[in-house]
Each structure stands twice: as C-alpha cells, then as structure tokens.
Design a protein around this ligand. Sequence first.
Ligand code: C2E
Ligand code: MG
Ligand code: MG
Ligand code: MG
Length: 289
Amino acid sequence: QAKAAGRNTLRFFDPQMQAVVSARAALEAGLRDALAGDQLQLYYQPQVTGESEMTGVEALVRWLHPQRGMVSPAEFIPLAEDTGLILPLGHWVLETACRQLASWAGRPEMAHLTVAVNVSPRQFHQVDFVDQVLTLLERTGAKPQRLKLELTESLLVANIEDVIAKMTALKRVGVGFSLDDFGTGYSSLSHLKLLPLDQLKIDQGFVRDILTDPNDAAIARMVVALGDSLGLAVIAEGVETEAQREFLADQGCYAYQGYLFSRPLPIAEFESLAQSYVLQNKELLAPVK
Ligand code: C2E
Ligand code: MG
Ligand code: MG
Ligand code: MG
C-alpha cells in the first residue's frame, strides 16, 4: 500500500494521517472562533498553605467548544503554541486574570489572594512582553504584587540573559515568578540561581506516586531542599490525598494545590470556596470565651 501510494505523496493519501491533519485544522479554526467569540473561560484552583490558609490561586484556561464541550488545555495549548494563536490567547488570559485581581481588591475576603498565570515560552519571548504586562496592570488597576507568572524550564535553555532581563523588569514593579512543572525539564542548576524566582512548583508527576516510588520521593525532597537553599517557596501540584500532603509537609513543602483541596472551579464557585476558607480561619483566630 505504501509503495502504491508513492514516496512523495504517501502522507497525503494515508487516511489516518489525513484524519489527523484535518482534525488539527478543524481545531485550529475552532480556536480562532473561540478567541473571537466568548468560548474561553478561566477556572481557578486554590493554593493552600500548611496552615490551611488559601493564599493564592492558579488561573487555568478552559475552552467551551460549541460541539465538543470542554476541550482540555493539554490539547489546545500545544496547538496554540505551534500556530502562534498562543499570543492572543495568552494576552486574553493575562487580561482576564488582571481584571479578576482588580475586582477582588475591594473585597476583604478576596483581596489577599495572588493569581498565578501560565505563560508559554513563545508568549514570554515576544519583544514587548514586559510592556504588555505593564500596560495590562495599569489598564486594569491590578496590583502587580498579586500577579504571579508561571514559567516552565523550557524557557531557560536558550537566551537566558533576555529571560533574566524581562523577569527583572517585571520584578521591579512587584510581579512574582514561579517555575512550573519543576523537575521535568532540563534547566541547569547554575541557571536557576541566576533567575529572580519566588517559587518552585513540584510537578504533579512526582507527587502522584510519592508514597510508593522512592525515586519520586527523592526528587520531591531534593526540590524542597533546593528551594530552601535558594530562598524559594516550594509548592506541590497534583496533591490528591491527605497522605501525599502529609509526606510533602514532612519534607518542608510550603503550599499545595490539587484535588485534595479543590478542582479548578468556575469563578462563582471559586469565590464562595475562598470565602469559606476565610470564615474558617477567622473562627480559628477568634478569641475563645
Ligand atoms: P499546569 O500549569 O501544570 O497546571 C496543572 C494542571 O494539573 C491543570 O490541568 C490542573 O487542572 C491539573 N490538576 C490540578 N490538581 C490536580 C490533581 O490533584 N490531580 C490531577 N491529576 N491533576 C490536577 P489543566 O487545567 O488541564 O491544564 C493543563 C496544562 O495546560 C497546565 O499545566 C498548563 O501547562 C497549560 N495551561 C492551562 N492554562 C493555561 C494558560 O492560560 N496559558 C498557558 N500558556 N498554558 C495553560
Ligand atoms: Mg501552571
Ligand atoms: Mg504545573
Ligand atoms: Mg504540570
């Protein structure tokens, strides 16, 4: 069959490959519509400290596709990266998160929260990325100190001076930085100490089997120790059980994010969860009569 199709035309007549190509094209066209219309939403997942205090939240994009329902970012973010659609998409995410931050500033039960936003390498490498963020902060009135940008290690393999310069410019106004999915990439430890980071995020891949896989446990321990010695807070993602949380706490982990506390939630549900956290803590702090 391969021979009959010929060497150069093979992939165009391979029905399986053809299906993949057209599914991708459909997804890309759909994503353009999603950006133009109002099919994108941010969901919010709490970040909780060892003292059961919710100090922050990660904003995670969702695509509510008119036919397919909820499409996972794991599916469309890589596509958005390849096609360049990540630039308008990433800008929309940043703007939406900043608006949310600004609207929380006047609400005592929400005002303390930081919002973490995922920034893809292609988005960060734009020459005017720093200006975009500064403009959004100014336009929305969001406090830079409440915004945290999540970067991945893939950003750190090339052009490290430019990365440091951009981070430094944003840090100067108060924006924080977290290194997402830490341990899955190839960042060198010598680079790590050059970066003006605030936080390391242990990838959920190491958390999943942390109780049964000694290698994962060792890596998690190493990340916490590394954070300690570099003066960075360490947060673990994908924490699903109390046993995982306890294990991480024993290592000295500072905060946790995962289904144990909550799935990522639409804004209204997230706000009522955040409120209940504040109420709970007030009760704990209230003087005993
Ligand atoms: P991430 O930044 O590492 O986000 C964590 C992912 O783990 C999220 O998947 C979250 O829903 C999921 N998760 C949280 N807690 C648990 C848990 O306890 N167990 C398990 N199994 N999973 C958990 P999600 O929302 O599907 O996002 C996947 C990835 O897509 C994100 O990974 C991030 O890399 C990317 N992404 C999401 N939103 C954005 C965005 O606005 N911009 C960019 N550039 N990337 C985004
Ligand atoms: Mg993230
Ligand atoms: Mg992550
Ligand atoms: Mg991850």
